[in-house]
Design a protein around this ligand. Sequence first.
Ligand code: SF4
Length: 509
Amino acid sequence: MPQSALKIKDHAELFNEPEYVELLKTKRAQFECPHPEEKVAEIVEWTKSWDYREKNLARSNVVINPAKACQPLGAVFAAAGFEGTLSFVHGSQGCVAYYRSHLARHFKEPSAAVSSSMTEDAAVFGGLNNMIEGLSNAYALYKPAMIAVSTTCMAEVIGDDLNAFIQNSKKAGSVPQDFPVPFAHTPAFVGSHTTGYDNMIKGILTYFWEGQERVANESINIIPGFDGYSVGNNRELKRILDLMGVDYTILSDTSDVYDTPSDGEYRMFSGGTTIEATKAALNAKATISLQADCTTKSLEYAASKGQQVFAFNYPVGVKATDALLMKISELTGKPIPEALKQERGRLIDAYADSMNHVHGKSFAVFGDPDFVTSMSRLLVEVGAEPVHLLATNGSKAWVAALEEEVKASPFGAAAKVWGGKDLWAMRSLLMTEPVDFLIGNSHGKYLEKDCGVPLIRLTFPIFDRHHHHRFPTIGYMGGLQVFVKILDKVLDTLDAKTAVTGISFDLTR
Ligand code: SF4
């Protein structure tokens, strides 16, 4: 074997050594019963054709590589943004390991959540005993200020009633009667992580607001929505609101819990919206959602309490940030300060300096509906051309609204919006109608390799690049980050194209 204790080879290098190449070849021949290589090549070519695309896009009974996660993952993320809150997921342990690892791999931070560890007996007899014991253990071991309960498929399939279970657990002494245990049913077989986020935010608001008297004041609430860039974005949001002098509450602020410092102390809980602030948020004049698709039920609930409600679509770039800031200014009576006006001017200056490099370039985008909407608006704003716009969790209404909007721009004439389609469908789109660049998450790297379309990682999850989430994407400063990230990929690709002749491999672009 080529490995040596004196010079340890990284796995990527090691597996290129002849011994491993031979070993993998033999394994394939002996154990994988491979089809002849010519046949495989023939089928691979067919999967790139229009004939295959039509079959692929008509597929309805199987999903291949969906660009979404399941409801409880969104619920765990939403709960993490409240001070001292531990997520308790009623159901299978393996599911919770998946949410924790997904969040930890993206944020490069520990992600705490516990499970009621239901197994076969609980599936038959119900999970009440698991809930009673689990809540008791979680309360005693981790000393949270609040436990937020959601569910996996298993608990939903057998129909466990969270409200009754929590009441019974309290009666059994698992946690004190007045200890906050909000809950949300999050059946994973419908919706996605954005639905789970919405359900949990509504569950927490309901717990603290229901039955309370509202004394309206001039403050505003902001619900950021499920956002893999929440560390950078929530801090940017707070900076903007502080500059404006606005009285606000961010409902679910995960910026600190997913960015704890290395100073020798492990923090299971860090930062987050306090329980007091969450209670007081009932009195706000308005609740603003930064991601409409993540907050349908939460906004309905806020409206039912007498608040004004407004929803945006992940405000990135000039126009989208303008709309958000003007709404906040209108609601609060606070003018937009000179410092923010200057940031706006700098972003426009950056566009003017560099948009010749993105003008006319074609893009495919995938992710959550609000992210895809936001990116298509930004692309049009800088003269780029969105072509394939895909959200696995995008509804028919979202498809119709975005298609109408994007086609209203001359840059969006070729755009087609796909809701309910997966990344295997995106492969067919890229193979038959290639574009210059792909915007999405880390799962797009297989499309990049397969279809030869350079990938720009801009949304959750990003597992294979580090620390992007520490920098904002929303607001004018965030828009600048996003624009620079797109430009970097465009210019790297341009440099790579000069590899054959070296002509145009220029220092100055
Ligand atoms: S889809 Fe169901 S089984 Fe799979 S991780 Fe989510 S809750 Fe668990």
